[in-house]
Design a protein around this ligand. Structure first.
Ligand code: DAH
Length: 355
């Protein structure tokens, strides 16, 4: 080996050892093997040597090139391995650390009840219908057989909105019954829907809120009877409250949009508030056979089709099921109340035992 070769080998080894990252390593590689590198320069000199020296020098330089190439490659592998080790050390998971607190959301009791109602009626073959919160006077009252002079209007404490033109002022719907009208106008019978949503009345105390929720049911077919209504509503109430023996009573009543009309009561104990037997009755929903005039208002021939409808307050049944005394906190967004009454989102709404 020539002096130049010996120096090059020693200095490259030192430089490689000092190269602590890939950039420094690459600089060393280029300075030796690159176009203007030191080994390249030595190889270029070969051509200018007399033939007798050239052969031997050539063999030596080729060996040197192999050695340097191998040393450079080895250093790169060492640097790669060190980088991987450093990453593994930095990203190591310590399973003994306490978990970070993850705030879990809860389902609002109203949403929970809505899910349960839909699950129960869904299993009975109902689908969900929707309508707007701002209704025309006709959808909310007129088509439901509640004309302008009707005394039932006074019971509804209606929020009226500014009139547009000569039409009666639009209203915030006072019940979900207008969704019956919209469904019958849009869908040909047979019909089997529930409608759930916000309703509005100018009323505010421990059991009334100016905005509340109702759930409406509507079934129209050729041979639907009062017996179907009673069976359907009874099944629903027993499933919802999870009491297969819940007493259910149908009491003659009056609604302008049904004939005959019935109020539905469930058994409870007035003293303890417990549902079931107990000898007392609690009014829970309104129902009846859809009035022939309502069918006709929606273009459905009452001589061919008939059916039943019912309506109930979603807060009311939620309060009864969850033993909640006051309606106002439902809409106060008090996080403590919501934590207490909220439902675990991972526990799906279940179908309770059916009677
Ligand atoms: N719309 C009535 C209310 O808000 C409830 C109701 C009663 C709905 C009887 C019905 C029904 O569909 O048939 O008080």
């Amino acid at each position: 080996m020539t002096d130049a070769s010996i120096h090059l080998k020693a200095e490259t080894e030192v430089a490689l050892a000092a190269a602590s990252d890939l950039r420094a390593w690459d600089a060393v590689r280029v300075s030796v093997l690159g176009k203007a590198g030191r080994l390249t320069a030595l190889l270029k000199e070969l051509g200018r040597l007399p033939p007798e020296v050239r052969r031997e020098r050539g063999v030596g330089l080729n060996r040197l090139r192999d050695e340097l190439t191998a040393a450079i490659e080895a250093r790169r592998q060492a640097l790669d391995a060190a980088a991987l080790d450093a990453r593994l050390a930095a990203e190591r998971i310590d399973p003994t650390l306490p978990p970070r607190p993850r705030p879990a959301g809860l389902i609002h009791p109203i949403s929970r009840t809505a899910d349960e109602i839909i699950a129960i009626f869904g299993a009975m073959g109902f689908s969900v219908a929707e309508g707007p919160d701002v209704e025309t006077d006709w959808h909310n009252f007129g088509a439901l057989n509640i004309p302008g002079h009707h005394p039932a209007r006074a019971d509804h404490d209606t929020f009226y909105l500014p009139a547009i033109g000569d039409a009666p002022p639009p209203v915030l719907r006072t019940h979900t019954s207008p969704v019956q009208i919209r469904t019958m106008l849009e869908q040909a019978p047979p019909i089997r829907v529930i409608a759930m949503g916000r309703t509005y009345r100018a009323d505010h105390d421990a059991t009334h809120s100016p905005m509340f929720h109702q759930c409406e049911g509507l079934v129209i077919d050729r041979a639907i009877t009062l017996g179907h209504l009673k069976g359907c509503v009874t099944d629903f109430l027993r499933a919802f409250f999870g009491l297969s023996g819940l007493p259910v009573r149908f009491r003659a009543s009056y609604f302008p949009f049904t004939e005959p009309s019935m109020e539905v009561d469930i058994g409870w104990n007035r003293r303890t508030g417990e549902l079931g037997g107990g000898g007392d009755w609690l009014e829970i929903l309104g129902s009846g056979m859809v009035h022939p005039r309502v069918l006709a208002n929606c273009g459905i021939d009452p001589r061919q089709w008939q059916g039943f409808a019912f309506g109930m307050g979603v807060e009311r049944i939620t309060m009864l099921k969850g033993n909640i005394a006051d309606l106002r906190p439902f809409f106060d967004s008090d996080i403590r109340w919501l934590r207490h009454h909220g439902a675990n989102p991972l526990a799906p709404a279940t179908l309770h035992e059916r009677a």
